[in-house]
Ligand binder design. Structure first.
Ligand code: NDP
Length: 481
């Protein structure tokens, strides 16, 4: 193909630098298609930014099975040690806008699209094993408090702590967020977690509950608050640059992948509700079992085409990996594809970065940007007598029935001491230096909130661990006098 500049319909362009005018002093002509083609495309360059996880960086790589899990799952991409599956991973901050600093105190998104032979499996997690809330009804409210005040358009410590102190099941995630893990040293030195509980389903359709853990092979490395603040002004794209440069020079980051496995029958009697995403499963109860390794070895060729248009959803599942009753997961199963339809259009799965390598055959047709040939001349309805794709009739392909009982209703989680216990454990397992950083990080932020809000939150820290709460109170008093 020649290297001659063209219009979007492929006509050669004679002059790209000078618009057509009516004489030397006259107005620009509407007949100048090339100019209008160029400027009108530019006018439409931005698509809606993700409402959360707007700022991110991604890379291609692969997953390699290192341990046999066929007794747990029939997922074909996991059925042989040594098997490799291509993937695309995207890391992100959560609350900030697309141009915000990479080093902000925030959880980090950790999303991976596995292009398996049975379609795509997306593992859409965070760098934290838990989350702030456990009911999806609270999600829009929670995110609003992480964004900007409706009047001032500023981040607002009162909004932030008001909500968290009124929703105290957040304390565990708050403790992680204000530890130095809330400001990781880029994306390579952090772990990823499914956070939610999922189900693995084996060939006999037996179900085990699991959590996925991606442990960084680079080692955990965090920024102290002053380092993160300094980078926010000197190199706000620090994490994006760090990931790109490492891969570019052949230093391919890797994560060792583990699962925790719970027998289905143990779920009811376990001391924590295993579907409550504000809780972990302690390792001593459910040890990490290795399953594989993820390696990132290729940078995107084009940021927008690949990283920006990547559309992950926890509802993109393969046979052998299924959902659980985790309410936050249930809410996300709907919300993620919904936001992609809004952001990228109803045919978002046809965009090359999202397209399953194993192909698509169905009766979906038309809609904006149907760019895959629209499945040609094949029948557009089923059942049909014209050799269209057919269901496989294999029970358990995409879900396994699970026993339910009771009546429909709105069942509020009762707040108990258990909701504070794991935050207390996390506080106590930290070194003295880490505790001091945690306390100072919290005090520096919460001291901007009103006294009544501070006091309510400090009471929660005390309930997690009396020393933890007392130290936050003392540090705040030092700051506000
Ligand atoms: P263990 O005593 O077996 O191990 C402690 C865990 O804490 C390690 O996974 C460690 O991660 C992690 N950790 C250390 N510092 C922080 C921090 N600032 N923020 C988040 N995680 C940190 O853990 P248990 O399973 O008995 O759980 C104890 C506490 O550890 C939990 O309450 C929870 O807060 C935290 N935790 C537990 C996880 C789990 O799935 N069980 C996962 C992550 C954290 P690393 O191995 O990378 O050093």
């Amino acid at each position: 193909m020649s290297n001659i500049l063209t219009t979007s319909n492929g006509n050669p362009v004679e002059n790209d630098q000078t618009s057509q005018t009516a004489g030397e002093w006259g107005p620009v002509l509407i007949q100048d298609f090339h100019f209008i083609d160029k400027i009108s495309h530019f006018d439409r360059e931005r698509i809606p930014e993700r409402v959360v996880h707007a700022k991110g960086a991604g890379a291609h790589g692969y997953f390699e099975v290192t341990h046999d899990t066929t007794h747990l799952t029939k997922a074909k991409f996991l059925n042989k040690v040594g098997k490799k599956t291509p993937l695309f991973a995207r890391f992100s901050t959560v609350g900030g806008e697309k141009g915000s600093a990479d080093t902000a105190r925030d959880p980090r998104g950790f999303a991976v699209k596995f292009y398996t032979e049975e379609g795509n499996w997306d593992m859409v997690g965070n760098n934290t094993p838990v989350f702030f809330i456990r009911d999806p009804s609270k999600f829009p409210d929670f995110i609003h408090t992480q964004k900007r005040h409706p009047q001032t358009n500023l981040k607002d410590a009162n909004m932030f702590w008001d909500f968290l102190s009124l929703v105290p099941e957040s304390i565990h995630q708050v403790t992680i967020l204000f530890s130095n893990r809330g400001t990781p040293y880029g994306y390579r030195h952090m772990n990823g977690y499914s956070s939610h509980t999922f189900s693995l389903v084996n060939e006999k359709n037996q179900v085990h509950y699991v959590k996925f853990h991606f442990k960084t092979a680079q080692g955990i490395k965090n920024l102290k608050a002053n380092e993160a603040d300094a980078l926010a002004s000197s190199d706000p794209d620090f994490a994006t640059r760090d990931l790109f440069d490492a891969i570019d020079k052949g230093d391919h980051p890797a994560w060792n992948v583990f699962i925790q496995v719970m027998e289905q029958k143990d779920a009811k009697s376990y001391r924590w509700n295993p579907f409550d995403v504000t809780k972990v499963w302690p390792h001593k109860d459910y040890p990490l079992q290795p399953i594989g390794r993820m390696v990132l070895n290729r940078n995107p060729e084009n940021y927008f085409a690949e990283t920006e248009q990547a559309a992950f959803s926890p509802s993109h599942l393969v046979p052998g990996i299924d959902v659980s009753p985790d309410r936050m997961l249930q809410g996300r199963l709907f919300s993620y594809p919904d936001t992609h339809r809004h952001r990228l259009g109803v045919n978002y799965q046809q965009i090359p970065i999202n397209r399953p390598l194993s192909g698509i055959k169905n009766y979906q047709r038309d809609g904006f940007m149907a760019v895959n040939g629209n499945q040609g001349s094949g029948p557009n309805y089923g059942p049909n007598s014209f050799d269209g794709p057919q269901q496989n009739n294999i029970y358990g392909t995409t879900f396994v029935s699970q026993a339910l009982q009771g009546e429909t209703g709105r069942f509020t989680y009762a707040l108990t001491d258990d909701d504070f216990a794991q935050a207390g454990t996390l506080y106590r397992l930290q070194s003295e230096e880490e505790k001091t950083d945690l306390i100072n990080n919290i005090a520096g932020h919460i001291s901007h909130a009103k006294k009544e809000i501070r006091d309510r939150q400090i009471a929660h820290f005390k309930r997690a661990d009396p020393e933890y709460g007392q130290r936050v109170e003392d540090a705040v008093n030092n700051l506000v006098g």
